[in-house]
Ligand binder design. Structure first.
Ligand code: 5RP
Length: 290
C-alpha cells in the first residue's frame, strides 16, 4: 500500500477542457484493440500513417540470394533507416541484435522452396511470434493458385484468429505465381480477399490502375519492390505507389541489391516520409552514394 500521508489534494480536473478522443491514422484500423493499434503504430509512423519496411525474408524460399548472404553485414547496418524489418524467426534469432529496437514483421509461414513448388506453406506456432515480440505476423496468400489457394487462405484466417487473440496485426502477402496475371483486376481480388479474411495490412505489387486496388482494399496496403530495377525506377515505383494511396513499401531487393544500399534506403525513406519526387529522391541517392 502506498503511504497515505501527505497525498497531494486532487485539483487538476481540467474542467472546461474536453477529453480528446484521439483518432488512428490507418484506414480500417479505427476499431481495433489497443495492443493491435500500438503495434501498428510502431510500424507505421503515426505522424503520416506511412512505413518503410525492409524485407529480407527471401532466404526462406531462395537461400542466400544476392544481398542477403550475410545479413549481419548487409541488412543490420540499414536498420536505423527502416521503420520495420520483415524477416524470418531464424534470421531474427541468429543475426538481428535485440538491442536494435526495430519493430519486426515476422514471416510466419514456411513450406516449399524455389526448388519444388511454391506456396505449399504452413504457419509457425504463434507462441513463437509472441516470444519474439513480433509487431506483426506475415503470411502469404496464393489467390488463384489451383493447388494452394484454399490452404494459404486458411493459413491467413488461422493466423488472424491468433493475432486477434493476442493483439498482433497480420499482414497478408499476395503471392504472384507464374500463372497469375499481374494486373489491377487480379490485385484488387487478391488484396480484397486478404482484407476480408481479416488481414490488418496487405502487401502486394504496384500495377497500372493501382489506385483502384487501394480504393477497394479496406486496410492499408504496402508494396513489394519486386526484382531489382535501376535505382531511379525503383524510386519512381515507390513514389507512384504512395501517390496512388499506398501506406508504404516493404522493399527488399531494390534496397539490399542496390550499388549503395544505405543511400538507397534513405532515398526511399525520403519518398515515403518527406514527399520527395522521383528526381529529387534520385538526386539524394546520388549525393549519399558519393
Ligand atoms: C514475398 C515477400 C518478399 O519478402 C518480398 O516480396 C520481397 O521484397 P522485394 O520484392 O522488394 O524483394 O514478401 O513473399
Amino acid at each position: 500500500m502506498p503511504d497515505m500521508d501527505n497525498f497531494k489534494e486532487a485539483s487538476a480536473f481540467g474542467v472546461g477542457t474536453p477529453q480528446e478522443t484521439v483518432g488512428f491514422p490507418l484506414k480500417g484500423c479505427g476499431s481495433l484493440d489497443w495492443g493491435m493499434k500500438s503495434r501498428l503504430a510502431r510500424i507505421f509512423d503515426p505522424k503520416d500513417g506511412r512505413s518503410l519496411m525492409l524485407a529480407c525474408d527471401h532466404g526462406f524460399i531462395m537461400g542466400p540470394t544476392g544481398g542477403v548472404e550475410r545479413i549481419d553485414l548487409s541488412i543490420v547496418p540499414l536498420l536505423s533507416h527502416a521503420d520495420c524489418l520483415m524477416c524470418t524467426r531464424g534470421v531474427l534469432r541468429a543475426l538481428i541484435p535485440a538491442t536494435s529496437r526495430i519493430p519486426v514483421c515476422l514471416r510466419s509461414d514456411a513450406g516449399t522452396s524455389v526448388l519444388t513448388e511454391l506456396n505449399d506453406n504452413v504457419v509457425i506456432d504463434p507462441e513463437d511470434a509472441i516470444r519474439l515480440n513480433a509487431s506483426a505476423m506475415a503470411v502469404m496468400v496464393a489467390v488463384g493458385d489451383a493447388n494452394f489457394e484454399g490452404k494459404t487462405v486458411a493459413n491467413l484466417y488461422h493466423t488472424v484468429d491468433i493475432g486477434q487473440r493476442y493483439g498482433i496485426p497480420v499482414m497478408g502477402v499476395t503471392a504472384v505465381g507464374k500463372q497469375m496475371t499481374r494486373d489491377a483486376r487480379y490485385f484488387r481480388l487478391a488484396t480484397r480477399i486478404c482484407a476480408e479474411n481479416g488481414a490488418n495490412i496487405v502487401k502486394t505489387y504496384y500495377t497500372e490502375g493501382f489506385e483502384t486496388v487501394v480504393a477497394a482494399c479496406p486496410v492499408p496496403i504496402v508494396i513489394a519492390g519486386g526484382k531489382k530495377i535501376p535505382e531511379r525506377d525503383a524510386l519512381e515505383l515507390a513514389y507512384k505507389a504512395i501517390n496512388d494511396g499506398a501506406a508504404g513499401v516493404d522493399m527488399g531487393r531494390n534496397v539490399f541489391q542496390s550499388e549503395h544500399p544505405a543511400a538507397m534506403i534513405q532515398a526511399v525513406r525520403a519518398v515515403i516520409h518527406d514527399g520527395l519526387k522521383p528526381d529529387q529522391a534520385y538526386q539524394l541517392y546520388q549525393d549519399l552514394s558519393k
